[in-house]
Ligand binder design. Structure first.
Ligand code: SF4
Length: 443
């Protein structure tokens, strides 16, 4: 729970010495409370006050890292229940589960490596491999971990019910901070495995009160990088667990449950499994374990994650400028849209599908879509004319025609008056661009 400025002020020296660059300790406290200054800027804070403030102002949910290097994944540190209150911070890690005795580990690794999608200018991929000990044999498990690591090099979860088996697997990826995920046995028996591996430990149970006792015990044993989870339960019980534990951490400041949550979206029905995974992503999952090796499954899960983890207060935008698609000549169409990513990339992908080389002018509408920008008067004859001028498109084409979205046909006369360009009314939706470019566009 964030501290108020006054609570921070009470812990400061109150000498108003100005060494922090601010005129008073109160002004400094207010800046710290707003996240605009760090405690380190005051050289006179006592050690006691510093530790009190740091402990009290720590996020309600712990940030935990899985893996090392550029593929490492950080999850947790969420501070809100709803995305419209504050953005969600660290996207759910998606783990692909492979059994250690799977006859086609090579094929599974190859399929996992292909699960990469470009959407709205971002590359979306799963993050982790969950190696599941189905064999019960330490040698088989360790061999599978080593093989998967050599093929993919992704961060790993090691799942099984025997500490010795997981220890053998962890030894194969020394220094790579795995998440140790016991699927049975006494969780305290796995503490040593996680500590030795320098990784984290998942604690499973459906009763949050008992889990709170367990996390306290494990933390006292010296392991602080923890996950909690409901284990293999149905979607209703899993969502109840996710909601209760997030509320406890964020609203009640229950540090004992302030850990990211691991959920398991494994189901015989691949459609249900995909729905479950999306639901867990939307509702607070820290790590979601899946067997979604089919592109249609993973695309749905990653798209859901991308949508929920964008900052609602900062629309995802592209640079407002002219883009060339294909190799457009001097008779190629000039299309107008906004710099809202989804609008721009929808237009771009339809132009690519049409195979008609074209130029797209993305007008600066502060990342809002066509109709929103038009309603807010950010997409009007003046802004469009300015974008046409700035793009220098006039020197690139020998016609003077622009295509505007059909939804804002009402702007056409104004644009013609303002810019001197002829306006063609394009389709209302980007999906209509392929036939439009093939059949209707005339320079
Ligand atoms: Fe107060 Fe510390 Fe700033 Fe001095 S440096 S004014 S003691 S907050």
């Amino acid at each position: 729970m964030a501290l108020t400025g006054l609570e921070i002020f009470k812990q400061l020296p109150k000498t108003n010495c100005k060494d922090c660059g601010l005129p008073t300790c109160l002004a400094f406290a207010m800046k710290v409370a707003q996240g605009q200054a760090g405690l380190d800027a005051c050289p006179h804070v006592s050690d006691d006050a510093r530790s009190n403030l740091e402990a009290a102002s720590a996020p309600p949910q712990r940030l935990v890292q899985i893996g090392e290097g550029d593929k490492a994944v950080k999850v947790g540190q969420e501070v809100s229940l709803f995305r419209h209150d504050d953005k969600f911070n660290n996207p759910t890690a998606i783990a692909l589960r492979i059994a250690d005795n799977d006859a086609d580990i090579d094929g599974k690794c190859a399929a996992a490596a292909k699960l990469s999608f470009v959407r709205m200018g971002m590359t979306l991929t799963p993050d982790l491999i969950a190696v599941h000990c189905a064999s019960g044999d330490a040698g088989t498990f360790a061999g599978a971990v080593a093989k998967i690591d050599s093929k993919l090099g992704w961060p790993m979860m090691l799942c099984g019910d025997k500490p010795d088996v997981l220890k053998a697997g962890a030894a194969k990826i020394a220094g790579k901070k795995p998440l140790i995920c016991p699927s049975g046995g006494n969780p305290e028996d796995f503490v040593g495995v996680a500590k030795e591996a320098g990784g984290s430990l998942a604690l499973m149970g459906t009763d949050p009160a008992k889990l709170a006792e367990l996390t306290t015990k494990i933390k006292a044993a010296g392991l602080e990088d923890l996950f909690i989870g409901p284990g293999h339960v149905g979607i209703a019980a899993a969502l109840e667990f996710l909601t209760k534990t997030r509320r406890a951490a964020v609203k009640k400041n229950c540090r004992e449950l302030g850990y990211p949550v691991v959920t398991c979206a494994i189901d015989e029905d691949p459609q249900q499994a995909t729905v479950n995974a999306c639901a867990y992503v939307l509702k607070y999952g820290g790590v979601v374990v899946t067997e979604a090796f089919e592109p249609w499954q993973m695309l749905a899960i990653l798209t859901t994650r991308q949508n929920i983890y964008t900052d609602p207060q900062k629309p995802v935008q592209v640079e407002p400028k002219i883009y060339e698609i294909g190799d457009p000549g001097d008779t190629a169409p000039v299309l107008i849209t906004t710099n809202f990513s989804l609008s721009y990339y929808s237009v771009e992908s339809e132009v690519e599908s049409s195979r008609v080389p074209a130029r797209i002018i993305a007008v600066d509408t502060e990342g809002t879509s066509v109709l929103t920008a038009w309603a807010a008067d950010k997409f009007n004859a003046e802004t469009i004319t300015e974008a046409i001028k700035k793009s220098s498109v006039e020197g690139k084409v020998k016609h003077k025609k622009v295509v505007i979205p059909g939804h804002v046909a009402v702007l056409s006369a104004g644009i013609e008056d303002e810019s001197g360009w002829t306006v063609m009314i394009g389709p209302k939706e980007a999906s209509g661009l392929v036939p439009f470019l093939k059949n209707d566009w005339k320079p």
